[in-house]
Design a protein around this ligand. Structure first.
Ligand SMILES: NC(=O)c1ccc[n+]([C@@H]2O[C@H](COP(=O)([O-])OP(=O)(O)OC[C@H]3O[C@@H](n4cnc5c(N)ncnc54)[C@H](O)[C@@H]3O)[C@@H](O)[C@H]2O)c1
Length: 255
């Protein structure tokens, strides 16, 4: 993977990335490593698929056993930076999306996101160390979409938990922020595009092309463009920023 490393110095810091084999997670792990951090990665699979050196553990965050094991690992490692990124996407309007879909999406996007954030925060507080927690929200968390009922709700929850956690943890010098990407060209978009093709009767690839063309900056975002903001939120350059949700969306959402 080639990119221009940001100037932020993360040497001496341990940064943990969930969903590290996905598009944004992998780019962020690579950027943290390029900035000198020791990088810990996790995803469902047992190895990290990126190029940089990481200490990787495979956990399925949808299962209680996997989530507990991941939280134990976080407690043992006490990372300075958490990039809380693993998530699932699925579609359906309020007339279509059932509770099984609700439970799957909330299990990973909200329940696991919360548990992982809590484990990282508790470890830092116990160690008396500052830290930076970065939760992955979405433009979908800022307004509902007719065909995306549950996923939008999970991302609204991420934004709310980010604010509550930031206010609770400020006295411990732990900052908590979220990133709201717009449309970023990652493996998740293969799923998103094929679901929209089915729900909106489009050709495969059509929705992806349309959403990219509709972005005010004129193209679908690339994972490194999110990773650079993660580096900023991880490092000292953002030391007076907490409880915020930063949009990285080419101008898609105005609020
Ligand atoms: N790509 C976009 O357009 C976009 C837009 C807005 C928000 N986001 C958010 O950004 C984050 C990263 O998205 P991405 O596009 O890189 O997605 P991706 O699908 O490429 O990566 C997500 C990763 O999460 C992992 N994951 C899913 N379920 C898991 C589980 N049960 N246990 C452990 N790991 C699990 C997957 O294996 C995958 O590697 C997500 O939170 C997503 O909701 C993405």
């Amino acid at each position: 993977m080639s990119f221009d490393a940001a100037p932020t110095d993360l040497s001496g810091k341990t940064c943990l990335v969930t969903g590290a084999n996905g598009g944004i997670g992998m780019a962020t792990a690579e950027h943290f490593a390029a900035c000198g951090a020791r990088v810990l990665t996790t995803d469902i699979g047992d190895s990290f698929a990126g190029e940089c050196q990481t200490d990787h553990h495979g956990f399925d965050l949808m299962s209680d056993a996997g989530l507990d094991a991941c939280c134990d690992w976080i407690a043992a490692e006490t990372p300075d930076v958490l990039f809380n990124n693993a998530a699932l996407f699925d579609m359906g309007s309020v007339l279509q999306a059932d509770l099984a879909q609700h439970d799957r999406l909330f299990a990973v996007n909200v329940r696991a996101m919360y548990a992982v954030m809590q484990a990282a925060a508790k470890a830092l507080v116990a160690a008396g160390r500052p830290g930076s927690i970065i939760n992955m929200a979405s433009q979908a968390g800022h307004r509902g979409e007719a065909l995306v009922a549950h996923y939008c709700a999970t991302k609204a929850a991420v934004i709310s938990y980010t604010q509550s956690a930031a206010l609770a943890l400020a006295e411990h010098r732990i900052r908590v922020n979220a990133i709201s990407p717009g449309v970023i060209d990652t493996p998740m978009w293969k799923t998103v595009d094929s679901l929209f093709a089915r729900f909106e009767d489009k050709e495969i690839g059509q929705k992806k092309r349309e959403v990219g063309e509709a972005v005010p900056l004129g193209y679908m975002g690339r994972p490194f463009e999110v990773a650079r903001v993660a580096v900023f939120l991880a490092g000292a350059q953002s030391q007076y920023i907490t409880a915020q949700t930063i949009s990285v969306d080419g101008g898609n959402v105005l609020r």
